[in-house]
Design a protein around this ligand. Sequence first.
Ligand code: ATP
Length: 563
Amino acid sequence: MVLGDITNTRLQRTPGKPKPAQVYVFREEGEKAAWANALHEQEQRLEALRDQLKPLRAQVKELRRKKAEAEQQMAVRQKEQRLHTQDAELRIFELHEGEAGLSAQLQLLLEELRPEEQMQERLNQGLQAKEAALMEDRNKVEELVAEKAAREAEGHAKIRRASALAAGAHAERGAQRRRSEVLADNLPRARALHNSYLNLKGNIRVFCRFRPRLPNEAEEAKVDFHGDEQSITLQSEMLKSVTGLSEHCNSYDFHFDHIFTPQSSQAEVFEELAMLVQSALDGYRVAIFAYGQTGGGKTYTMDGPAPMSETSGESRGVIPRTVDLIFQEVQELSSKGWSFEVRCTLLEVYNESVFDILASRQKLDMGKETNRAAGTDGRQAIEHFTSRPVSDAAQVHRLLAKAARERHVSSTALNDRSSRSHSVFQLSLEGFRHGGESVSGLLSLVDLAGSERVSASMVSGDRLKEAQYINRSLSALGDVVEALKRKKPGSHVPYRNSRLTMLLKDSLGGDAKALMFVNVSPCLSQLPETLSSLRFAAKVHACEVGLARRHVEDASRAKESRS
Ligand SMILES: Nc1ncnc2c1ncn2[C@@H]1O[C@H](COP(=O)(O)OP(=O)(O)OP(=O)(O)O)[C@@H](O)[C@H]1O
């Protein structure tokens, strides 16, 4: 190879930075040759490198082809994959669509099915209820069958017992008839005996009744009820002696016609006075009155626990029992040719005024006429009050209930429903026997207002006025009793000192049979009042008021006197 003309040329080079080819500068020939040789060698090396590069390039080319091929395959695969994915998505979408459709259908079917299910459920419940009812019916039927069998057995037993009883009853009826005949023969005799017994006594009979301790009350006083039912001993609290060194208690003895304990029932009390009540139908004037401290049990004894509304039951008092007995007797006497005209009077003495309950509580002026009447025959004293004809017990119970409702009551320290007035109930009994005698009886039942220690109860105003009137009239009653006790012939008896004593005149001093209840509390705290009531009752018991007189006329004279 021929090299170019390169003289005195030095190769200007900066180490690390080759100069562009056209800048070579040759200084001398040798250097040119060297450079040519070096160039040649370089070219050879370059050629060799190119040769070495060729397979590499082929390899690279191959690799690029393979890469392209792989990329092509990958692209195909990706495309296929995409297609598959799209297919799958389409499929999934279709499946979703199908599922939604199916769910909607399912929902619809479920909706359609719901009423069916509900119906099914109702039917099931109905079926269960029917099964339970059926089971119950079956049990009932079984029970009824068992009961029927038991009843049949019992029925057979009853039939056997009934025939035995019928035979017994037949025999008992015969005996009863014979007993009734004997009793009917003896009854007038028994009543006559009772009447003559009372006449012989000639005094006001006194029954004492201790009421039971009420739930709100404290200690009871010590009372010895002696076995004779007529005497008691009361003991005071323990008292210190004057010196204060010893203790003792006082005892007080009392004796009455009958003493009822706190356990005595209303029936037992009435049994003791039934004969007395009946004697009003024989033409006697009978007066029963209840006296005692407030809360002592007067209204309970006379009426019963409820204010007269109760006309039946064990706890009925003397008045409702008396009314029933009188009408029962009137009925029985009618079969013996007697006819009775019964009239009823209801009075209330409140604050020294007399109110006529049957004349709509008309306040009456017991003035001149009454005073005059009271001075002669006590019966006339009440004659100008309303006296209503009554034909049966129920009618009287209704009138009594009205009177009890209208009675003046208020609360005291000792009684929630304390009667603040004296109540007087009278039944006049006019009996006629065709062509025979006539009788004129009078029954007075009096529930007195209760005495009260005004100083102890510290009442004032209207209550004080009421208490003063009550105490004053009871003290007038005491004065009458004192005068009767002195029993001097022709001596003055101060009946006219109060309305109460004017009304009770013929019951106390006349020819009536009088019975006084003294009603007392069993409480130790009430002992002074109890002793005071019992002392008054003892005084009444000691009064001799003369013989009771029977009011009988023969029929013709009776008619004359009435006309
Ligand atoms: N024998 C008895 N058995 C049961 N309770 C009784 C008896 N006696 C009275 N009581 C009761 O004691 C209380 C006072 O009785 P009641 O009202 O009859 O007294 P009273 O003497 O009429 O009093 P007042 O004079 O204040 O009207 C009432 O609650 C009554 O029910």
